[in-house]
Ligand binder design. Structure first.
Ligand code: CIZ
Ligand code: SF4
Length: 305
């Protein structure tokens, strides 16, 4: 019996009482992933949030993810158990700064990584995630300039994949930026047989040294399908929980102990109990923001620019 069985039981009971579903991102604490009804990357979580039947969504991830769930299911109650859990990358691009920036690129198409605020999404043409960024950029007509934000690393990677000339915003993920080529080289030396998978939020020189750049959802699929037995994982450490659970006979080697996003680790079981008992903290967005921010997300989901 897990040491926290009492809390798990309490969450199950509250969930039934409130007709709630728990969604969690691949980076949150293992015990939170285990109590969730669905765990995924941000694209999978968006699709799930759009199609949900329950009245209440408890979103265990960072703020922008809970906002995206609210935008896609505005009639549902969306609870974010620790409201301080934000994404520093999302905060690197404000709507007013983008409005100014766009003036220099009239006619350009703005492609916005979902790791961004709801307010920013009201000012962009289409969203993407790390799982579909190249597909989405490929939908932009060849004669149009692409502005990509907020992540310069994902943007540069997509430019390389698609062969497009992309104007990059200067945002980044502090967690992935901490990972260096030396980290990869060190692990490769220790595990010469291993294959390396990397998140495209990493620096270009880190991606360069890896075998496959994938979203967290892509990493999980890769790990299941590959014949490889040793896999170096260059992304936030929370993903190791599912990788190891779903592939008990393979060895997953975390790139570095530094690869931790503190924001993703804030949510604990007690916060989920509190969220369901006290309705904390409800995501509230005004009608206009929801309507405007919804457009680029729906364009992404329907691949219709
Ligand atoms: O926050 C991140 O870095 C995300 C959304 C990763 C992923 O691939 O799901
Ligand atoms: Fe934001 Fe990076 Fe944390 Fe993802 S891992 S939530 S991009 S800071």
């Amino acid at each position: 019996v897990p040491y926290n069985q009492e809390k798990i039981d309490k969450i199950k009971k509250l969930k039934k009482e409130r007709n709630a579903i728990i969604l969690a991102h691949n980076y949150v604490l293992g015990e939170v992933q285990d109590v969730a009804d669905f765990v995924g990357d941000s694209l999978e979580l968006s699709i799930k949030a759009r199609d949900i039947d329950e009245d209440v969504i408890v979103f265990c991830g960072v703020q922008f993810m809970a906002e995206t769930a609210k935008i896609l299911s505005p009639e549902k109650t969306v609870l974010h158990p620790v409201k301080e859990s934000g994404c520093p990358m999302a905060d690197m691009a404000t709507a007013s700064a983008l409005r100014k920036f766009k003036k220099d690129y009239p006619g350009a198409v703005t492609v916005c990584y979902v790791n961004s605020t709801a307010e920013l999404k009201t000012e962009v043409d289409v969203c993407c995630t790390s799982a579909n960024a190249a597909d989405i950029v490929s939908l932009v007509p060849e004669d149009k300039q692409v502005l990509f934000l907020p992540d310069k690393n994902l943007g540069a990677y997509v430019a390389k994949q698609t062969g497009r000339d992309i104007v990059l915003w200067k945002g980044f993920c502090p967690t992935h930026m901490r990972l260096t080529p030396e980290d990869i080289l060190k692990k490769k030396k220790e595990y010469p047989e291993a294959v390396t998978i990397v998140h495209p939020e990493c620096r270009p020189e880190v991606i360069e040294l890896s075998d496959h750049a994938l979203s967290t959802g892509g990493m999980l699929r890769f790990a299941k399908e590959t014949e490889e037995k040793q896999i170096i994982v260059a992304t936030e450490l929370g993903i190791i929980h599912r990788l190891q659970k779903e592939n008990p006979h393979k060895l997953f080697i975390p790139i570095s102990e530094q690869a931790v996003c503190m924001n993703m680790k804030m949510i604990e079981l007690d916060h989920i109990i509190n969220a369901l008992e006290k309705n904390e903290t409800e995501i509230v967005l005004d009608r206009e923001t929801i309507e405007k921010a919804r457009k680029p997300i729906v364009r992404m989901l329907e691949k219709d620019l």
